[in-house]
Ligand binder design. Structure first.
Ligand SMILES: [Zn+2]
Length: 53
């Protein structure tokens, strides 16, 4: 996991203006929701609805 941390740290260093949005539900960056995250599931539900409509 150390390398992932380094990767994320570097990304932040390269993009100081772009702050990573953290999910209030699971506490992870919004692109890395936990599987059990309610917001993540809601997002997936919407995506499914959008693609099937
Ligand atoms: Zn989340």
């Amino acid at each position: 996991m150390g390398f992932l941390k380094k990767l994320l740290g570097r990304k932040e260093a390269y993009e100081p203006g772009k702050r990573v949005r953290v999910c209030v539900e699971c506490g992870m960056p919004v692109e890395e929701h936990k599987e059990w995250c309610a917001i993540y599931r809601e997002q997936q539900r919407r995506d499914e609805a959008a693609s099937s409509a």
